[in-house]
Design a protein around this ligand. Structure first.
Ligand SMILES: Cc1cc2nc3c(=O)[nH]c(=O)nc-3n(C[C@H](O)[C@H](O)[C@H](O)COP(=O)(O)OP(=O)(O)OC[C@H]3O[C@@H](n4cnc5c(N)ncnc54)[C@H](O)[C@@H]3O)c2cc1C
Length: 587
């Protein structure tokens, strides 16, 4: 994907990444791959069975294997790889961080959330913190000695972040006293790192209601002395842990600020700029959550594939010669389940890495116009990456479980954990309904609708290239049909964006699926074309690898892509039927 689908080589050739070469990226990915497989992956089951536990004093203990793995992660310096060398980072492109996060999340999603949240805090402080804050907090957040959190949610403020009530009062010396309650805070308290740096959304006195009046504060668990040593314990405490469907290893905390006089915090960015600044970090966070859909699907698929080769039931019709029971992988329906997972996994990886590349190009492109185009493209792909991949995370882990038959439903088999763990990703970091609203509300109208038109034109051009290959004719035709349906859906929504916003929102989720599947079709066309070529770098000469990539791309193009145009009727159905019944009649 890096070399042949998303054009990683061109990115590395830019001035911005002059210090990074392809061989070092390979070396880093290989080393981290081994670490994730050997050290992190075995701890996954502890997360589920032992979980994180709150002690009577409010401290939280993670499973022992989590602590051992995290300590090695810090020692390896893996968390710092994509960040600024001025603070101890490796200066690698963001897409490298995404490749690392894929391996980490597949190995142990619950543990991987800790560094994921830390990355968010690093970005907030890098983008909006003062020089002093950057010097004090970034080096130890980068190396993972300290961890970060994001505190948005309160009981009355979930999707509606503007309803936040947590208060910040000025102390008079530049610091603020924070008081209020935050819920659902991932890694809000734990024993993996020496200090936890909370990024908290709160309201200052006299601020206007809604998102406009929100400011962002940095609130450390332990105050930090001027020499960098840890000082007093701050007034932020974990009052309970949630009992969850999955990711039991990740402590989801209710945090209470200011029960004993007020937690000390400092503004990050200007007063009342909290929401705007939060938005600048949202792209990476949403991409990382989309990645969870991919990573868990990969782990579950690996397990389903190996089970399908071992479990013997019945005779594979048309294949069985011996009269003995065959491995279930011989049954057409099991093959269909496996190939559906395999093809979507390839498509999701291409989408997420392409999206990460767009974010990298936004910084690295030499020309300002080009940078603006990449920013728009990155912005358009974000809701697709987040919502499509996490919806698929649910669907594909369910298929992986189905491959196991009854054993899939039994906890000891282990695949049920992936199914449960995956479920949250469609909910947090903006529910998938909110992502669909973002797509039709903000993204559809970017540059007068031309950002989507450009995307669809580029996909249509891929379709033309497919036509040059006999075996890719059916894929080419289906891609054409999907692009036409996506154009029609886009026009229908754009025409109604002002007079009939309710119908636009009614069609948002099917539109996201239609557009997302079509964009994946374009990326899988690239994969198909690359697989028919001679290959380069690592994949050159790997005939079996290339043949598998080609079949996966063709399966996507011939059997999955045709589902996209069928969604057109749901997109253009309007709000009428959705609103036809009263809540009572829905009973
Ligand atoms: C395990 C876990 C970890 C979490 N970690 C964190 C964290 O670290 N930090 C943090 O701040 N928060 C965190 N959250 C909170 C999470 O981000 C919220 O749960 C999520 O944003 C949804 O908010 P809500 O639960 O209040 O649902 P609600 O907002 O009440 O939504 C309920 C339903 O209504 C829909 N809905 C709501 N508003 C709209 C709308 N305008 N248009 C269309 N549909 C709408 C939603 O899509 C959803 O289906 C976490 C949650 C969980 C469960």
């Amino acid at each position: 994907v890096l070399d042949e689908v998303v054009g990683f080589g061109e990115l590395l050739a830019t001035e911005a990444f002059a210090s990074v070469d392809r061989e070092s990226v390979d070396a880093v990915l290989d080393e981290i791959g081994r670490f994730m497989a050997d050290v992190v992956a075995p701890s996954n089951v502890d997360g589920d069975r032992v979980g994180s536990v709150r002690n009577p004093d409010g401290s939280v203990t993670t499973p022992e294997s989590f602590r051992a793995a995290y300590t090695q992660y810090v020692k390896g310096g893996y968390g710092a790889i994509p960040f600024d060398p001025a603070f101890g980072g490796g200066g690698f492109p963001w897409v490298t961080a995404i490749a690392i996060a894929e391996m980490f999340t597949a190995a142990n999603m619950a543990l991987s959330l800790c560094p994921m949240l830390t990355q968010g805090a690093i970005e907030a402080i890098t983008g909006h913190g003062t020089e002093e804050q950057q010097a004090m907090y970034l080096p130890r957040l980068l190396n993972g000695e300290w961890a970060g959190t994001m505190n948005l949610t309160e009981p009355q403020a979930g999707s509606d972040v503007g309803a936040v009530r947590t208060k910040a009062e000025p102390v008079g010396d530049g610091s603020w006293r924070i008081s209020g309650q935050k819920i659902f805070i991932t890694y809000g308290e734990h024993d993996l790192a020496e200090n936890i740096i909370h990024l908290v959304l709160a309201r200052t006195p006299g601020s206007p209601p809604g998102t406009k009046g929100i400011s962002m504060f940095l609130v450390p668990k332990f105050l930090v002395n001027p020499d960098g040593s840890l000082g007093e314990r701050n007034d932020v405490h974990c009052v309970s842990l949630e009992h969850k469907l999955g990711i039991h290893g990740s402590p989801t905390c209710v945090l209470s600020y200011g029960e004993h006089g007020g937690a000390i915090g400092w503004l990050v960015g200007g007063e009342q700029e909290g929401m705007r600044n939060m938005f600048t970090m949202m792209n990476n966070a949403r991409l990382s959550v989309g990645l969870q859909g991919l990573a868990i699907s990969v782990r579950a698929y690996q397990q389903a594939l190996s089970f399908a080769q071992e479990r013997r039931q019945g005779k594979a019709v048309g294949l069985n010669q011996s009269g003995e029971q065959d491995p279930i992988i011989g049954h057409s329906d099991v093959r269909r389940m496996l190939l559906t997972q395999r093809a979507w996994i390839d498509a999701m990886r291409a989408l997420l890495y392409e999206n990460a590349m767009a974010l990298d190009w936004t910084d690295a492109a030499p020309d300002a116009d080009e940078r603006a185009r990449w920013r728009e493209r990155g912005d358009l792909l974000i809701p697709l990456s987040k919502a499509l991949c996490t919806d698929l995370g649910n669907e594909l882990t369910s298929l992986a479980l189905q491959v196991h038959g009854g054993m899939g439903y039994i906890e000891e088999t282990g695949v049920a954990q992936h199914y449960r763990d995956a479920r949250i990703a469609a909910i947090y970091e903006g529910t998938n309904g909110i992502q669909a609203g973002d797509l039709v509300g903000r993204k559809l109208g970017m540059r007068g609708g031309a950002v989507i038109t450009d995307e669809l034109d580029a996909i249509a051009a891929q379709g033309q290239r497919l036509q040059e290959h006999q075996e890719l004719q059916a894929f080419a035709k289906n891609l054409d049909t999907a692009v036409d349906a996506a154009r029609e859906a886009t026009e229908w929504l754009a025409e109604r964006s002002r007079q009939d916003p309710r119908s636009v929102l009614a069609g948002a989720s099917p539109y996201l699926r239609l557009l997302g599947t079509t964009v994946c079709g374009g990326l899988m066309a690239r994969q198909a074309l690359a697989a028919t070529g001679p290959g380069s770098g690592r994949t050159a000469g790997g005939a079996a690898f290339r043949a598998a990539k080609l079949v996966s791309a063709r399966f996507f193009g011939e059997q999955i892509l045709p589902t996209a145009p069928g969604l057109l009727a749901s997109v253009t159905g309007g709000a009428e039927l959705l609103d036809a019944l009263t809540p009572g009649q829905l009973a």
